[in-house]
Design a protein around this ligand. Structure first.
Ligand code: C5P
Length: 218
């Protein structure tokens, strides 16, 4: 049975999460936030005080991780039965996620966990390599980006709304550093699939982006 997939890749803070969630809701499709899988691994590593240079241990933790996703209005993620949703959004979690996401063996271990989300009636998958590596056969692909300054401003607003302390200059620096790490790594670097639609959301509202994505599907 063929299950349709829409992939939405791009750098952090481009609006992928919001757009993907709302498009999935409109279509009645499942939603994969692949970054949350890498972020969950980061939390598991912190909880077990694993040395981030110990690749063998990192892989063991990735293999043993039991993840549950509850997709309501907000995504709730449980790691080995414990609700880790609050820690997922932290910038420090994203930074550790991007360090371990550069390891090819880690990506290999987490590949099947991501493919498992492809269920009827369809899937919206958000990440860095959804259209290039995880679902290369997806019929609809989007590469969503925005300037680093705009992305930092959006992240700042999101964090403040969640009651998390943030500093705009630090955020811009962290976003640029994370972009560099994600684009320069050898394993599944952040890159636009050749058959993806490019959308720069710097000067667009979320609704305008959603409309453009839905037009692609219909
Ligand atoms: O998208 P999000 O900010 O939650 O992702 C956190 C980190 O996880 C990214 O900076 C990236 O290094 C990694 N990631 C990845 N591949 C994906 C999704 C996320 O390498 N498909």
């Amino acid at each position: 049975m063929h299950i349709p997939v829409l992939t939405i890749d791009g750098p952090s803070g481009a609006g992928k999460g919001t757009v993907s969630r709302l498009v999935a809701k409109k279509l009645g499709w499942n939603y994969l936030d692949s970054g949350s899988i890498y972020r969950s691994l980061a939390i598991a590593l912190l909880k077990q005080s694993i040395d981030l240079t110990n690749e063998a241990e990192i892989i063991n933790v990735a293999k043993a991780m039991m993840l549950e996703f509850e997709c309501g209005d907000e995504l709730v993620v449980k790691l080995n039965g414990e609700d880790i949703t609050a820690q997922l959004a932290l910038e420090s979690t994203g930074n550790i996620a991007s360090i371990v996401a550069a390891l090819p063996a880690v990506r290999q271990v987490l590949l099947q966990k991501q493919k498992d989300f492809r269920q009827l009636p369809g899937l919206v998958a958000d990440g860095r390599d959804m259209g290039t590596v995880v679902f290369p056969d997806a019929e609809n692909k989007v590469f969503l980006t925005a300037s680093a300054v705009k992305r930092a401003e959006r992240r700042y607003k999101q964090l403040i709304e969640k009651g998390i302390d943030a500093n705009l200059i630090d955020l811009t620096n962290e976003i640029e550093e994370r972009d560099r790490r994600d684009m320069e790594r050898k394993a599944a670097p952040l890159a636009m699939a050749s058959d993806a639609l490019y959308i720069d959301s710097s000067e667009m509202t979320i609704n305008a982006v959603i409309e453009e994505v839905l037009n692609l599907i219909h």
